[in-house]
Design a binder for this molecule. Structure first.
Ligand code: ARG
Length: 461
């Protein structure tokens, strides 16, 4: 049986049509949202006097029963069940007979599916934001544990200036904070109920979209029925926010990959969060970090695929829009799992502080400190830069230690040599947001405040 049998001949749809158009294997995860939407719709029908109170009660009971059957796995899908909306309505009709046939009054799968997917997105984006908050908490805890340990900061992947490990870890933490903001922002904008738009034009029946919007906990109802059934901006925005978070996770993953090489050896992963090789007994591989990097590519695919699906669509609903769900589900699943895996990996990793500090303790890392010391003595920075640059070149060409040249230089001398001592340079990064101990302690406080704010904003769960 199809939902449109009246208009069509006896033979029924072709096998190929069903096989090609079916979406039940993925949209069944909207079952709970579909039932919530249907229950709200029934209340709207009763409030409008279109369905009697007793019939409304029968429909509500049937919907509860369908929910229970879906939960305990006793609802068996049938060959003709095209999507989850078909399944729910079919089963309600089986359970409630003639009354069941009143469920779809004044409603279309077009407003129904848009409602379901908004309910899903509203819930799941919050879940992902909560996972990102957990990751931020681990970054903050690891930053606190790291104390005043430092490592080389890099530009162009060349050693540039020493920075506290805490500073480096928090740099990732702030990026994930912006991701949470974007997810929350997308949630606010998607908080619109499309229910009541019908197929595209609203209804001749006395249905009130405001009532069902309220029932479903949406902030507001749609303003335009055509827009309501064809708008997938919320999917695109959610995908962008998820994808950018995935890209941040990928960049963090890339650093873990680099740091865990024998060449860097800045980090040792816990055995539980690393993999071995089927052939090479000595190997220990950072697969979680690599997959975080790799799956970012897949998230970009989810986003660009959806954008391409939308770009040529005329108003209003087109079946193409069925292609909105898989990318969104995939992005939510992949990111949530990736964030959790990376969180566990970071929580259990060992940072090899001695290696990091030894790498940062090359005298050249203090070159700019020497130049700035000269600036404090009154020399223009350009000149100071040239003086220190000359010493570095000399040290490299003649293979003499920089400290000897600094000591012998008339403008520098013994006081300046102290800047080359291990661990001194990093302490001199004192400006707000800078990489030294004092500035990072203040930053850590602000980061903890952000986490407390975020936790309050996201609420329990
Ligand atoms: N499974 C469809 C979707 O996801 C439901 C809407 C179908 N509407 C229609 N007019 N065929 O978009």
């Amino acid at each position: 049986m199809t939902l449109w049998q009246g208009r069509f001949g006896e033979a029924g749809p072709a096998e190929e049509l069903l096989r090609y158009t079916v979406s039940l294997h993925y949209d069944s995860r909207l079952a709970g949202d579909d039932i919530a939407g249907s229950k709200a719709h029934v209340r709207g029908l009763v409030a409008a006097g279109i369905v009697t109170e007793p019939d409304g009660a029968i429909l509500q009971a049937a919907l509860d029963r369908v929910a229970a059957e879906l939960a305990d796995g006793t609802l068996v899908f049938k060959a003709g069940d095209e999507d989850i909306h078909t399944v729910v309505e079919r089963r309600v009709t089986e359970l409630a007979g003639a009354t069941g046939a009143r469920l779809h009054t004044g409603r279309s799968r077009n407003d129904q599916v848009a409602t379901d997917l908004r309910l899903y997105a509203k819930r799941e984006l919050r879940v992902v934001a909560g996972r990102l908050l957990e990751l931020q908490r681990v970054l903050s805890a690891r930053a606190q544990q790291a104390g005043d340990a430092y490592l080389p900061g890099y530009t162009h992947l060349q050693r540039a200036q020493p920075v506290l490990l805490a500073h480096h870890l928090l740099a990732h933490g702030w990026a994930f904070g912006r991701d949470i903001d974007r997810l929350e922002d997308a949630r606010t904008r998607l908080d619109v109920s499309p229910l009541g738009a019908g197929a595209l034009a609203g209804s001749s029946l006395a249905l009130d979209p405001r009532l069902t919007a309220r029932e479903l906990g949406f902030a507001r109802p749609f303003e335009n029925s055509l827009d309501a059934v064809s708008d997938r901006d919320f999917v695109a925005e959610a995908l962008f926010a998820l994808t950018l978070a995935g890209i941040h996770l990928s960049r963090l993953g890339e650093e873990i990959v680099i740091w865990s090489t024998d060449e860097f050896a800045f980090v040792t992963l816990d055995d539980a969060y690393a993999t071995g090789s089927s052939m090479l007994p000595q190997k220990k591989n950072p697969d979680i970090a690599e997959l975080a990097r790799g799956r970012a590519g897949r998230l970009i695919g989810d986003l660009t695929g959806l954008l391409a699906t939308l770009k040529g669509l005329p108003l209003s609903y087109n079946r193409d829009l069925q292609e909105d769900k898989e990318p969104l589900f995939d992005a939510v699943d992949q990111l949530a799992a990736g964030v959790t895996a990376m969180t566990g990996m970071l929580a259990t990793a060992t940072f090899n502080l001695e290696r990091m500090q030894a790498a940062a303790d090359t005298p050249f890392a203090a070159a700019v400190d020497l130049a700035e010391w000269l600036v404090e003595q009154g020399m223009p920075f350009r000149d100071a830069h040239a003086v220190v640059g000359g010493l570095v070149r000399d040290a490299l060409e003649r293979r003499v230690p920089l400290r000897e040249l600094v000591e012998a230089h008339p403008a520098l001398g013994g006081e300046a040599v102290a800047l080359l001592e291990p661990g001194v340079a990093v302490t001199r990064r004192t400006t707000r947001g800078g990489a030294g101990p004092e500035a990072v302690a203040a930053q850590l406080k602000r980061f903890e405040e952000l986490l407390a704010d975020t936790a309050a904003r996201l609420g329990p769960g």
